[in-house]
Write a protein that binds this ligand. Structure first.
Ligand SMILES: Nc1ncnc2c1ncn2[C@@H]1O[C@H](COP(=O)(O)OP(=O)(O)OP(=O)(O)O)[C@@H](O)[C@H]1O
Ligand SMILES: [Mg+2]
Length: 422
């Protein structure tokens, strides 16, 4: 094996940098270690990003893995110079987590899920709308008043002391006009954008995410064919809410094929990763239900500390929400709507009519005969510490509430059966 070209720098057995003696002699002098290395292992920071994303995003392993890989390359300085940190194209059905995963990455790394600069490509179809993104050239009417949406300040606005990263999301790129498309190509290739007044914006510390529903109709036809041999099987699968591996592969391929047909090779070649998000099955929606319920509980704690109360759901009530919220075509969006309609809206009526007050513990059950959720007060006057014990560990109790010990009077538990959300 050839080790070190004559005259190149190499690290000797003692570790010092020296000029390699040429030929056979160098090989003889070198201590050969042959220690196997494991390139599959990631560093601590990338690992922590991965484990956080796995808590927030259900399924979509490939997308998580690709984001973690690109982040790892950025951390070690291995990103190609003069390019964005990563250029991702996310395809796949609606409500499968394409936007959520970008927010979850920002939430994990910048502690702010809103730290994402979102450009909805459908809104920038005409040239005067492009001016909203890059500003108009000097001399144009209103030049000084326009603040480009993609200036360096906007791009850097969420940087923290330690993390100087930007997340830029171009939604529905298939709807981008030619002018926007040209801007995008420049950003993806050279990590630069030229504003109307010729200032340059540097995107080399940005992760660029593009989403498209391209191929979604082919994907939904694969999921629920109305005709042909596959139809009965698809109906069974849809009612069971499962998506098998073979179907997963077909869906991935149909996404990438649709993208190749629609987009030019010069665009496709600028992408680092193309990921097709998979439709979510019942098992995955079940996990998302728990995440979403915890988010509703979090909302209750965040609105007002004296009005904070806790709620727990029985298995049957969760089953009902899942049944009402499962639709393979609309993914988690349908589930979120079911939660809002069947749980959040009735709860807000209970709050408005003061049937529910701060410190209450509300139990939610399923009423089989009425096919609806039933709400009952399990306890009242609970101190915050007791409420904290009833909720999932992912819910953060505002420290103010903990310190003031809101509603300190002793709890009057009426019919406590379980102390955990079942
Ligand atoms: N895989 C997932 N894991 C956790 N939550 C999810 C997942 N997919 C969707 N959700 C939930 O559903 C909501 C809608 O999903 P999201 O906005 O990511 O859809 P999308 O794939 O971007 O769809 P669209 O193509 O319509 O923009 C999210 O805010 C999140 O609450
Ligand atoms: Mg989206």
């Amino acid at each position: 094996m050839a080790i070190g070209l004559p005259g190149t720098l190499w690290r000797g057995a003692e570790g010092g940098r020296q000029t390699a003696p040429s030929g056979r002699k160098a090989v003889d002098k070198m201590v050969r270690l042959n220690i196997p290395l494991d390139p599959g292992k990631t560093g601590r920071e990338a690992m922590s990003l991965e484990s956080n994303l796995r808590k927030l995003i259900v399924g979509q392993d490939e997308a998580i893995q690709q984001i973690v890989n690109i982040y790892q390359m950025h951390l070690t300085g291995m990103t190609a110079p003069g390019r964005p940190i990563g250029n991702f194209l996310f395809l796949g059905p609606t409500g499968s987590g394409k936007t959520r995963i970008v927010e979850a990455t920002a939430e994990t790394l910048l502690k702010n899920p809103r730290a994402v600069i979102k450009i909805d490509c459908a809104e920038f179809q005409h040239s005067h709308e492009i001016a909203k993104l890059i500003g108009s050239p000097p001399g144009y009417l209103g030049h000084r008043e326009t603040h480009p949406l993609l200036s360096q300040e906007v791009l850097n606005q969420y940087h923290t002391e330690t993390i100087k990263l930007s997340f830029v999301l171009f939604d529905e790129i298939e709807k981008a006009s030619d002018a926007l498309w040209n801007l995008l190509l420049g950003i993806l290739d050279k990590a630069t954008l030229t504003l109307g007044d010729n200032r340059k914006v540097d995107f080399s510390r940005a992760m660029i995410f593009m989403t498209s529903n391209l191929g979604a109709s082919e994907m939904s036809a694969l999921m629920s064919p109305r005709l042909g041999f596959a139809a009965p099987e698809a109906r069974r699968r849809q009612s069971a809410g499962t998506v098998d591996e073979q179907l997963t592969g077909k869906i991935s391929r149909s996404g990438v094929e649709a993208a190749r047909k629609k987009f030019t090779p010069e665009f496709m070649n600028r992408l680092d990763k193309i990921v097709t998000f998979q439709p979510l099955g019942t098992d995955q929606l079940k996990k998302i239900l728990d995440i979403e319920l915890n988010l509703v509980q979090q909302r209750i704690f965040n609105t007002s500390t004296d009005r904070a109360f806790v709620f727990t759901l029985s298995d049957s009530s969760k089953g009902f929400l899942l049944e009402e919220g499962t639709d393979l075509k609309y993914g988690a969006r349908h589930l979120k709507r079911a939660i809002e309609r069947l749980l959040v809206q009735p709860m807000s009526n209970l709050i408005a009519t003061e049937q529910v007050r701060g410190g209450d513990w509300i139990r939610v059950d399923y009423d089989d005969s009425a096919r609806s959720l039933r709400f009952a007060k399990e306890a009242e006057g609970l101190p915050v510490a007791d409420m904290a014990r009833l909720v999932d560990t992912s819910v953060t109790i505002p420290s103010m509430a903990m310190a003031s010990g809101a509603a300190i009077e002793p709890a009057r538990i009426q019919t406590a059966k379980s102390s955990k959300r079942s």
